[in-house]
Design a protein around this ligand. Structure first.
Ligand code: SF4
Length: 227
């Protein structure tokens, strides 16, 4: 996102944002915009995104700037919102979802990841309203021992998590769970002094990757999947 997109967007609710990336091809079907919120108190053991746990106020950005970035993209088949825990920022998530609904053509789907179980999300009227603005949600905490080696579980970190369509488009895109794709899928993005892995690693993938890189002379510093 450019400074220009951030400027002039001061009126909007702020979102604690870990990262925005395009194209994302590993978290839902098609070429997607990926938005990762910053801040998560769920703290699943084995979470690979521990860098998104702290609700760091320095990551605050107006929601309208995120929407401006989305509008600048050429071809978007869907938007994936993950975290961090998006539902821990309900006001910003609401404004973001409403803004995407206003901007996006009807064939652009919205997939939101949450570490909360669906039953918990449905308990609150505020979360129910947010759910109604999505096309599908992936719900439930990450449980390391349920991380599947079965590559049909393409868009879920562990098999306890559920992919739940909540609209007609969501049913079409996500009713068949992971869309019949059968291969593991991870992307890499290099930005400034950080390397981001985007997607769902299988158990041991990150350790194997670190080891292979190390054998090739690439030594990582801090990593997000260890405290
Ligand atoms: S897996 Fe998701 S819900 Fe669980 S601690 Fe990590 S960011 Fe939070």
């Amino acid at each position: 996102m450019t400074e220009r997109e951030t400027a002039g967007a001061r009126e909007s609710t702020t979102l604690l944002l870990a990262k925005a990336h395009y194209p994302v091809t590993t978290l839902g079907p098609g070429r997607r915009a990926g938005i990762w919120t910053q801040g998560c108190t769920i703290h699943c053991p084995g979470c690979i995104s521990q860098d998104t746990w702290e609700a760091d106020p320095a990551t605050a950005i107006p929601v309208s700037a995120v929407l401006g970035w989305l509008r600048s993209l050429d071809r978007v088949d869907g938007v994936t919102i993950s975290g961090g825990e998006p539902f821990q920022q309900p006001a910003a998530l609401r404004e973001l979802l409403l803004g995407i609904r206003t901007w996006a053509p009807p064939e652009v789907d919205i997939l939101v990841y949450s570490g909360y179980a669906l039953s918990r999300l449905r308990r609150s009227a505020e979360s129910r309203e947010l759910l109604a603005l999505c096309d599908a949600v992936v719900t439930g905490p990450y449980i390391g021992r349920l991380n599947s080696q079965d590559f049909r579980h393409l868009w879920r970190g562990s098999t306890n998590q559920r992919i739940i369509p909540v609209s007609e488009l969501g049913e079409k895109r996500y009713g068949d769970a992971e869309g019949g794709e059968t291969r593991p899928h991870m992307q890499m993005s290099v930005e400034a002094d950080r390397i981001y892995y985007i997607g769902i690693p299988r158990r041991g993938d990150m350790e194997r990757l670190t080891e292979r890189l190390s054998l090739s002379g690439v030594h990582g510093g801090e990593v997000s999947w260890r405290p």
